[in-house]
Design a protein around this ligand. Sequence first.
Ligand code: MN
Length: 721
Amino acid sequence: MLRQYELVDRVLAYSPEADEALINRAYVYGTKMHGMQKRANGDPYFSHPIEVAGILTELKLDAATIVTGLLHDTIEDTEATYEEIEQLFGEKIANMVDGVTKLSRLEWDNEQSKQAENFRKFILAMSNDIRVLLVKLADRLHNMRTLHFIKKEEKRQRIAQETLDIYAPLAGRMGMHEVREELEDLSFEQLHSEARATLLERLSELRAESSNVIENIAYDLRQVVAADGLNVEVYGREKKPFSIWRKMQRRSVSLEQLSDIYGFRVIVDDDAAAYAALGMLHRNWRSVPGRFKDYISTPKNNGYRSLHTTIIGPERKRVEVQIRTRIMHEVAEYGVAAHWFYKENNDVQTSDEFGNTFRWLSQLVELLEHGGTPEEFLEHTKLQLFTDQVFCFTPKGRLISLPRGATSIDFAYAVHTDIGDHCVGSKINGQHMPLRSELKNGDEVDIITSEAQQPLAAWDGIVATGKARSAIRRAVRHAQQEEFARVGKQMLKSLFEQFKKRAGPKVLERALGPLHHKTVEELLADVGQGNLAPHDVLGAVFPKLVTHAGSGDDVSARNQSGHVTVNKGGHALVALVNKAQMAAQSIEFSENLFAVPGDRLVGIVQPGGGVMLYAIESTELEKFSDDSARWIDVVWDIAPDAPSLFAGRVQVTLANQMGALGAIASLVADYEGNIGNMTMHQRDADFYDLQIEIDVRDSKHLNRILSALNGLSLVNQAYRI
Ligand code: MN
């Protein structure tokens, strides 16, 4: 274990200005807080944070990061609180310790292996200070180094797998290749210890066969490529057991066939030079068939570009060679990060673009490698990653990634369409919150559902994901169709009853062919929506009936088959009014006059001698106000053989809510009215305008229905037209 003065000396060695007292205070505080706690190997617990701080000194990090390393487990594992650390060490350090604590609470369930990428992104998004992530990686590295002390095999396996899936790739993305390789190797040892041991043995045999292989091969490669006048750098190395093993797994090759253990990189100036270098290598050495890959002309999905080949090279060793430009090389080093930044624009071509995108990352790596004074840089570099995304969790810990601005409804739909369709509320981090609340990184979201719930049209405006939006629209459309069908059914029922017929599904099926509908449901919806007149359906089912009843497709025609008594100067003129006889009697209904018995009508004598009937409220009458001689009073009377119901027309402004139409239909039915034709159109987001023809006995009957309609909270206003 590092002693206090050793730790301080290490920091002072690369950062003479560092706050020595701060580090000393943190060392003492951490030791005191962890007290008698023990690690799995029996060491005092505080040896762990001290070793983590030690790893961080190898990365030459600033005093604040070292202190965070010393304190990183205090909030999680001891009595220490955020407030206390803030008081003793300041807000910045408290925030960093808090950040590491949050990351440590995330447990990676490797059942969800498909989500590894999401989880890594989430960790990056959560560590909005790079140093938090660096401390977390150092923490994981020390835990891996001491993994063998943990007694439970299962726990060791889980931690190793998590390291392999999550933390090793993260270290790679941060440009910390050494840390990545060590994490991979330690995980490999845990997960496949025999394979690793065999590989190590084979590697040392191969090494014993010849010395300085790598240097010699690199020298030869460089000579050959440079002979063409190219500016070239060549780097070679023996591959790590884990990466050899991974390749063996992918290619299903056995250890005996193992030959690809040397990897070389040839770095040149531009694309043309890369192809030229490839040509030089292939002319000098035999290439292994099937191993050449041109990722320059066809980059990998993540933007990776290089030429790959394997040759039987110098000293007759099989060597794998990657040829690339400097930019390609840097993209390859931080390549997956490149993919994150420019998902839409895979084409990271120019060094300018590259520079802007990865400046922080390459600067960081440079600083870490060359040991400048990284404090200021680190302080002011926030991870500007994934600002367009939020990462949230289900109560069971499943990670759900959503676009920024997403709400609980988006979350519900992302979990499952069924959950989205039935969500009624949400708890965010245990608190009841409105469904429209915007989600934040790390929120735990618990969706409350109810079978009775259906998606509301209003949700459309408060979701951010396409998945939620299309599901809501689909469901709303479906519910509307159902409601139209209910209304249509009621309209047909009352019409059919007038003719002593039943409008059952079997009967209505007969109308499908003639009216070109596929299902009864569809037919009912069309009637309900006003696209299809109820009389047409009746006519399609009972053709004879409708011929007998007249053309019948216009409700107002039924009105006009009553008696009209026209009073003029005390003389009653009784006329049987229907379409045929009206012309003969010269009595006409004005356009769109939906009069019912009891209505006050006015007749205006026409220049040709006929009489035109108007409703007393009609604005048309103003035209005749100066011409009182032409006015005659008209009173409805009903002939004994006339129908008992007459269509009046009302206008309803109705709230755009689920079930509103149904409420109107059942109210009208409760008052013994029948809904005839109906048309509706949307006035705005909140209201519909509805024109309904309601069959009633007389004007009193219609007025009762109107006042009941006006009494409904769904109805903004209802009046006759
Ligand atoms: Mn720890």
